[in-house]
Design a protein around this ligand. Structure first.
Ligand SMILES: *Cc1c(COP(=O)(O)O)cnc(C)c1O
Length: 457
């Protein structure tokens, strides 16, 4: 037991700046379009939903943006997070590869999402917002924003997908413990929700519907309420870069540099958070790290989607962005990684993928849980079903290195723990879990409903 396996930073090493990849990005993402006019949005349109500081971050090309002291004070509750060498997993795989993971599940709510939730609540607070609205699927994002709003004295309304509201009561109760109001979406509280319930009182909801309700609640509040989104947007990816900035220092402590950096992708924020600082090193300092995004075969927006303009939500109220999409009307299969079921992808990640600056792979549900169980047995940490996708890809890289006899250095983001996802593990362990293939026909159907954006002159 001589080799060190845990690389920790002191609170004094907590990053002071977020890294904005759009300062160095050779392929800036396309402009964001208004869902009604299909013209580029004005800051005025966005200011109905977001405070001005976040809008400025959304469009900024400044390389480093200072993290406010009030945000760093709250980050200190759990940051810097540990970097761990998965030595027992390496041994179990009998691989010459070195496997490291950044453990974001060590936050109070168990995922990376508070990194942006705290920042969003702070900027809303200082710009006079009274309350925030948001959607949540399984509850990771809702819990994170509930914690953040609690710290800054903001009220929070969470539109929680109805089927999760009933099937996953513990995250709802966690949100309520922080003082949030949680509604089962579709609700009778919004016009869109009422219109859906009139057609079908038993509507079980979806993430797209919940986003539409949360957006409507903010847009019709006369400026009192603003909306918070947990992924996809540039300012969200920006806030997550504390992960990669810390990891760079920690890899240095370990005396190694990663050949490949891996993260699962739903909207893309935890992957971006870890990978973008390494992309900077690739673009500016001649490093050649591969950056690998991992998605489920059930919702393969990068590997099988179309790179085009599409709505961010089901009701076509959210802005239109250019991204890899399965179509905003696509209804994803009920895989257990709820956080990876989004139809689209962050526009910045889509642009980088299109340009070949990052890679992507899709993995199947059963193989993903198999990797998660193997990881748990070796390292003792039970991954969130979302994070398990990154674990699968990391193990595949390590096995490939073994075949090729390479000492590959692998770094992946363990974006969350799975303590609220035990039913998914029960299914895997006892009842068998289904695999879902790329739903070609459903995607083809959804492609009929893309917005008809005129090509730029
Ligand atoms: C929400 C979530 C994800 C997916 O969202 P990204 O924005 O792609 O990171 C991944 N892992 C965990 C633990 C999550 O809660």
């Amino acid at each position: 037991m001589s080799e060190q396996t845990r690389f920790t930073l002191s609170q004094a090493d907590l990053p002071k700046f977020w890294y904005n990849v759009n300062a160095d990005n050779p392929v800036p993402p396309a402009p964001v379009l208004h869902p009604g006019t299909l013209e580029p949005v004005t800051p005025d349109f966005l200011s109905v939903l977001f405070p001005m500081e976040l809008i400025l971050q959304e469009i900024s090309t400044e390389r480093y943006i200072e993290i406010p002291e009030e945000v760093r004070e709250i980050y200190k509750l759990w940051r810097p997070t540990p970097l761990i060498r998965a030595a027992r997993l390496e041994k179990a795989l009998d691989t010459p590869a070195h496997i490291y993971f950044k453990y974001e599940g060590s936050s109070p709510v168990g995922s990376h999402k508070p990194n942006t939730a705290v920042a969003q609540a702070f900027y809303n607070k200082i710009s006079g917002t009274h309350a925030m609205t948001t959607e949540t699927g399984a509850g990771q994002w809702g819990t994170s924003l509930a914690m953040a709003c609690n710290y800054f004295g903001l009220d929070l309304e969470v539109y929680m997908v109805k089927v999760s509201y009933h099937q996953k009561p513990y995250r709802r109760i966690f949100m309520e413990t922080f003082g949030a109001k949680v509604y089962a979406s579709p609700t009778p509280h919004t016009q869109y929700g009422r219109s859906l319930l009139e057609k079908d009182p038993e509507n079980a909801g979806s993430l797209g519907i919940a986003i539409s309700e949360a957006v409507e609640a903010a847009a019709t509040s006369g400026g009192k309420k603003k909306y918070g989104l947990g992924s996809v947007l540039n300012h969200v990816l920006l806030h997550q870069t504390v992960i990669g900035e810390e990891a760079l220092k920690q890899m240095d402590l370990a005396g190694e540099y990663p050949d490949v950096v891996i993260g699962c992708v739903g909207g893309g924020s935890n992957f971006a958070g870890l990978a973008f600082p390494f992309l900077r090193e690739n673009l500016k300092h001649g490093q050649r790290t591969r950056l690998l995004a991992v998605e489920p075969t059930a919702t393969p927006s990068l590997t099988r989607g179309v790179y085009t303009f599409d709505y961010g939500d089901t009701a076509q109220m959210a802005p239109i962005v250019k991204m890899h999409t399965l179509g905003h009307t696509f209804m994803p299969p009920g895989i257990h990684a709820g956080g990876l079921r989004y139809h689209g992808m962050a526009p910045t990640i889509s642009a980088l993928y299109d340009a070949g600056l990052i890679e992507a792979v899709a993995v199947k549900q059963r193989a993903t849980f198999e990797a998660a169980v193997q990881f748990t047995r070796a390292e003792g940490i039970l991954p969130a079903p979302e994070s398990a996708h990154a674990v699968r890809a990391a193990i595949d890289e390590a096995l490939d290195a073994k075949v090729k006899g390479e000492k590959r250095v692998i770094l992946f983001n363990l974006s969350g723990h799975g303590h609220f996802d035990m039913l998914a593990y029960e299914k895997y362990l006892h009842n068998g879990l289904e695999d879902y293939e790329y739903p070609a026909e459903a995607v083809q159907e959804a492609m009929q409903h893309l917005p008809q954006v005129p090509l730029p002159a």
